[in-house]
Design a protein around this ligand. Structure first.
Ligand SMILES: CC(C)(COP(=O)(O)OP(=O)(O)OC[C@H]1O[C@@H](n2cnc3c(N)ncnc32)[C@H](O)[C@@H]1OP(=O)(O)O)[C@@H](O)C(=O)NCCC(=O)NCCS
Length: 146
């Protein structure tokens, strides 16, 4: 597996994965903005299967915020999400970040389990933060020291 920088040329594949795994996917514009903003936008790739997933990290002073992480539907539950998250934590450490934080939908049991396993704990709740199928949904804020 390799972790490499995401570029505009990756966005077709990134968007295909994003739309297949997220009920409320980022748009092409969101990804282009992330690339232009110099966030850490990384693609996780296997020699045989191509792009397995990707992740986007925003660095602010000494805190890294994980804005997006996804593993292609056919590649989930093989440990790639955990490994990609660890790679992003290692990258953040190398940039002298002291903490990593993120927001996750309260209904996203898979992601919450992944984050807990990776040492994140709940640090807050934003009520009715996300648009959802029927109204709004809470965001759970999670974080861990690096
Ligand atoms: C969350 C996500 C990245 C996990 O990727 P993954 O490669 O399937 O995860 P892993 O195989 O590394 O699993 C690591 C741990 O996460 C948890 N987990 C992952 N998928 C799970 C699921 N469907 N249900 C419950 N727990 C799950 C488990 O604790 C798992 O450990 P285990 O396999 O030892 O039980 C993936 O489900 C995904 O892309 N989801 C859609 C996008 C998304 O929701 N991103 C997060 C936005 S905040």
């Amino acid at each position: 597996m390799i972790l490499r920088d995401m570029s505009e040329a990756d966005l077709d594949v990134v968007l295909r994965i994003e739309r297949e795994v997220h009920a409320h996917p980022w748009t092409a514009g969101n990804f282009s903005d992330a690339l232009r903003s110099k966030y850490l936008c990384k693609v996780y790739e296997s020699e045989t299967d191509g792009m397995v997933g990707y992740a986007i990290l925003m660095l602010a002073v000494d805190e890294a915020e994980l804005l997006d992480i996804a593993i292609a539907a056919g590649q989930q539950r093989h440990g790639w999400g955990r490994k990609l998250l660890e790679e992003m934590m290692a990258l953040a450490r190398r940039q002298n970040m002291q903490r990593m934080v993120l927001e996750v939908r309260a209904s996203n049991a898979a992601a919450i389990a992944l984050y807990r396993k990776a040492g994140f704990s709940d640090i807050g709740l934003r009520r009715d933060y996300y648009p959802a199928e029927n109204g709004r949904e809470d965001a759970i804020l999670m974080g861990r020291d690096l």
